[in-house]
Design a protein around this ligand. Structure first.
Ligand SMILES: Nc1ncnc2c1ncn2[C@@H]1O[C@H](COP(=O)(O)OP(=O)(O)OP(=O)(O)O)[C@@H](O)[C@H]1O
Length: 221
């Protein structure tokens, strides 16, 4: 699904956080949104998710104007949001159960996705028995098991140590590409932006839109 942001303005009271922002994300693309703290990155993600009131402009996903949340658009956060009393597998199953997927189907999906994110054998572990990186893998499995068309990631790896973070970046690019998911990934880490993005948009500086090839050329020069 493509995402098109047209003349988006968001205000919190009298404070204008985003003003007249235009942005296009093509189907299957990984767009990274970078920029300093407070420039409105999370606000942009929440707007695409359908969680904030838009003051002007609109967001169009696959030809339909966003008017609220949808299963097709999933958010992934720094906080893994796992329920501490449910095993990894039962955390992955939960959203499927809530939408009425029968038990055998959701068990198979949980097993498959946990395997895909490198957690085969950890299905019955509780979140407290897993490391921070592993819990983020469970969150990723839980998100992808729902087969969203658009994934909105808000600094999901900010709390991880450098090696775990690098592993997660590699994994996330692999699985998102395989699934053909359109992704908007927010970070304030330039290395992460370069590593993940097909394209990087820098907010808050009079938007700059840089293609991956240009970034790599600049980094390698
Ligand atoms: N619910 C809210 N009510 C009022 N102001 C808000 C609200 N949410 C965010 N803001 C303000 O809007 C601005 C943009 O916030 P936002 O979280 O989108 O920025 P960000 O670029 O994601 O920042 P960070 O990198 O620190 O997470 C900030 O000044 C913030 O204080």
């Amino acid at each position: 699904m493509s995402v098109r942001v047209e003349g988006l303005t968001v205000r919190y009271g009298s404070a204008v956080v985003l003003q007249d922002l235009d942005l296009d994300v093509s189907t299957g693309e990984i767009l990274v949104v970078a920029g300093p703290s407070g420039c409105g990155k999370s606000t942009l993600l929440r707007a695409v998710a359908g969680l904030v009131t838009v003051a002007a402009g609109r967001i169009v996903v696959d030809g339909q104007e966003v008017r609220g949340t949808s299963r097709d658009r999933a958010m992934v956060f720094q906080d893994d949001g796992l329920l501490p009393w449910r095993t990894a597998a039962r955390n992955v199953e939960l959203p499927l159960a809530l939408r009425g997927v029968p038990r055998t189907g959701r068990r198979a999906a949980a097993r498959r996705w946990l395997d895909r994110v490198g957690l085969a054998g950890f299905e019955r572990h509780l979140p407290r028995e897993l490391s921070g990186g592993m819990r983020q893998r469970v969150q990723l499995a839980r998100t992808l098991a729902q087969r969203p068309k658009v994934v909105l990631m808000d600094e999901p790896f900010a709390a991880l140590d450098a090696q775990t973070r690098a592993d997660m970046q590699e994994l996330v690019v692999e699985v998102l590409r395989e699934a053909g998911t359109t992704t908007v990934f927010v970070t304030h880490d330039v290395d992460e932006a370069v590593r993940l993005g097909d394209r990087v948009v820098v907010l808050g500086t009079g938007e700059v839109d840089v293609r991956r090839e240009a970034i790599l050329a600049a980094v390698m020069a």
